[in-house]
Design a protein around this ligand. Sequence first.
Ligand SMILES: CC(C)(COP(=O)(O)OP(=O)(O)OC[C@H]1O[C@@H](n2cnc3c(N)ncnc32)[C@H](O)[C@@H]1OP(=O)(O)O)[C@@H](O)C(=O)NCCC(=O)NCCS
Length: 171
Amino acid sequence: MKYKLRQPVLSDKQEFLAFISEWGDEKLIIPAAVQLKGRSYEQFISELPLREKGLIDMDKLVPDNTYILVDKKNHIYGALNFRHTLNDYLMQFGGHVGYGIRPSERGKGFGNMILKEGLEIAKKFGLDKVLITCDEQNIPSARVIQGNGGKFENKVYKNDGWIHRYWVNLK
Ligand SMILES: CC(C)(COP(=O)(O)OP(=O)(O)OC[C@H]1O[C@@H](n2cnc3c(N)ncnc32)[C@H](O)[C@@H]1OP(=O)(O)O)[C@@H](O)C(=O)NCCC(=O)NCCS
């Protein structure tokens, strides 16, 4: 396959930093788990297995996995974070999956692709259904969710806007 979703490794450093910096002012809507937030890339990578086992910041975080969508040359198109379970916050606002495509690669089908691959991962984790949310104004994300089988459940208000909640049935 030309593209695949895989976990980032140390040798992705240069490309990953370029990927992150391309978001510029949009940084806040990169999946939170992909933001370096002052950490080095090496630290970010070393924390991934701990996050997967639920050994980091368990007051706030559930176990999760982070993936990047790459081609054969390891060019990064997007990133996806998959939460194994839902806490109260995720059930209301965050959902099981967060994803983003770098600005220069949007509108080419990668959003649909990354979520499709993300749902395959959720299936392998044994989930029957997946909650995905997006801001009311985020039309491209709503299209991606609906295109992958998301059924609108409701909208909830958070801080300064409405969040739409969708479920995808995996059975
Ligand atoms: C949402 C996002 C992942 C979509 O990625 P993308 O690669 O542009 O999506 P695709 O090219 O696969 O297009 C998906 C759908 O959105 C539509 N779309 C894309 N850009 C659009 C735009 N600017 N306005 C309206 N529709 C748009 C496409 O036509 C397509 O619709 P279709 O499947 O019905 O044909 C991307 O815009 C992004 O990373 N945004 C910032 C982060 C974010 O919002 N993440 C989601 C959080 S819930």
